[in-house]
Design a protein around this ligand. Structure first.
Ligand SMILES: Cc1ncc(COP(=O)(O)O)c(C=O)c1O
Ligand SMILES: [Zn+2]
Length: 415
């Protein structure tokens, strides 16, 4: 069977190892999240830098031997991943960074990073003979799951908090998933979805709880290294809510090192809103996670109890990186700064990573020639109301040259 490279699922807390048959999700002994473990010698036989250079598949599937999947027979049709990595000279210059890169993950099929996780988790569910897939989400994981299941006509049931932005709800509906709006917050939607899995046996994609979400998210690290010509960045900045993206990014770099593709690891900066900072607070107090009352405008990272918090704390501390808090105003301003500085439109949670770059640069923690990558995890069209708060308002005139002349005479720009 083609799953020989997968050794099993290892508990991230007590270390217990399970075969894929022993548990689908969490540790059977302590119920903590698990992590997929691999035989890297088998992976190395199937993939290396030279083989990748000849590979014309520019999507997450170019790294197939690194996933816990038996084959690529069941992959959805959309192009996921291989998003652009821009050397953002005009954005980095004013904050003293010559090598700032922006990874535009809003370019994925459902316009967020979450397609990386949904793709691998969905194919895993299909290989596991699941009848349907369910998931709870602040909005992006849900629209992603609806998009990818819609592409193959597979049934999905999605739980979202009532407060999810209308664009994300419209996406979920348009792609055809069954949607359940929970009168409560993300954490309550998440718990209800877990209960549904326990009672109905539905295959569950919940972030962190399902170990394969992290496996999909790691593809972004593979791309960053390959797009930089196999140079490992000094810093990678990630917006953090549940902490699953950052732990997936860390897994990706660790996988690459274990398979001999790179010889060092980057520092990871986990960036949170000060109004939703459970993970940054845990890092500050030495690792202990305490639930909070999250309330940030960056809806995708508004989380009371981070569902992959322990692994996120580990990613930040093991990498020697930093947990960064920014306030909501800085997040909103980052929407305009990133859009004008490098032409990438991000939603609030999407540009939070960049707000973290600014914060660390201000604190003098970044060297002028450090290679810094900020991942913009969601497209600005997901939440236009937030963008409108900082974008300014247009001039409104009658459709006459008279009015146009007046306008430009006033602003002194008429030549
Ligand atoms: C746009 C965006 N950025 C960042 C995140 C944070 O990811 P995580 O919850 O895994 O920390 C999310 C998660 O919903 C997201 O949608
Ligand atoms: Zn355990």
């Amino acid at each position: 069977m083609a799953l020989q490279h997968v050794l099993g699922l290892k508990c991230t807390v007590c270390g217990r190892e399970h075969t894929l048959k022993e548990t689908r999700y969490t540790c059977t002994a302590c119920q903590s999240n698990t992590e997929v473990i691999y035989d890297y010698e088998i992976i190395k036989k199937k993939i290396n830098r030279k083989k990748l250079a000849r590979n014309r598949d520019y999507s997450v599937w170019r790294y197939a031997p690194f996933y816990p999947l038996a084959s690529l027979k069941l992959i959805p049709p959309q192009q996921i991943g291989w998003t652009p990595l821009y050397h953002a000279v005009r954005l980095g210059g004013p904050i003293g960074l010559a090598n700032l890169y922006i990874k535009d993950d809003g370019r994925n099929p459902s316009a967020s990073f979450k397609d990386r996780a949904s793709s691998v988790a969905l194919v895993r569910a299909l290989e596991d003979k699941a009848k349907l897939i369910c998931g709870a989400s602040t909005g992006n994981a849900a629209s992603s799951l609806s998009c990818l299941t819609g592409g193959i006509g597979f049934r999905a049931i999605i739980f979202v908090p009532q407060s999810a932005p209308p664009a994300k709800i419209a996406q979920i509906m348009a792609f055809g998933a069954e949607i359940i709006m929970v009168k409560g917050n993300y954490d309550q939607a998440f718990d209800l979805c877990l209960q549904a899995t326990a009672e109905f046996g539905w295959y569950n994609r919940n972030t962190g709880f399902n170990p394969f979400t992290r496996e999909g998210k790691k593809s972004c690290s593979f791309e960053i290294c390959e797009q930089l010509g196999w140079k490992v960045p000094d810093w990678v900045f990630v917006s953090v809510g549940d902490g699953n993206i950052i732990s997936g990014i860390w897994k990706g770099f660790r996988d690459l090192k274990a398979a001999g593709f790179i010889d060092r690891l980057p520092k990871l900066a986990g960036v949170q809103s000060a109004q939703s900072s459970a993970i940054a607070d845990a890092v500050a107090r030495g690792g202990k996670l305490i639930p909070i009352r999250a309330n940030t405008i960056a809806d995708s990272i508004s989380v009371d109890l981070p569902r992959d918090g322990a692994m996120a704390v580990r990613a930040i501390t093991e990498s020697g990186g930093a947990a960064v808090k920014v306030d909501d105003q800085e997040i909103l301003e980052a929407i305009g700064t990133v859009a004008r500085g490098c032409g990438v439109f991000g939603e609030p949670a999407g540009v939070t990573a960049y707000a973290g770059v600014e914060a660390l640069a201000k604190q003098g923690k970044l060297k002028a020639d450090d290679v810094c990558v900020a991942i913009i995890t969601g497209n600005g069209l997901k939440d236009v109301a937030s963008a409108a708060k900082v974008a300014g308002s247009p001039s409104i005139i009658e459709p006459t040259m008279d009015e146009l002349r007046k306008l430009y005479a006033k602003s002194g720009e008429r030549k």
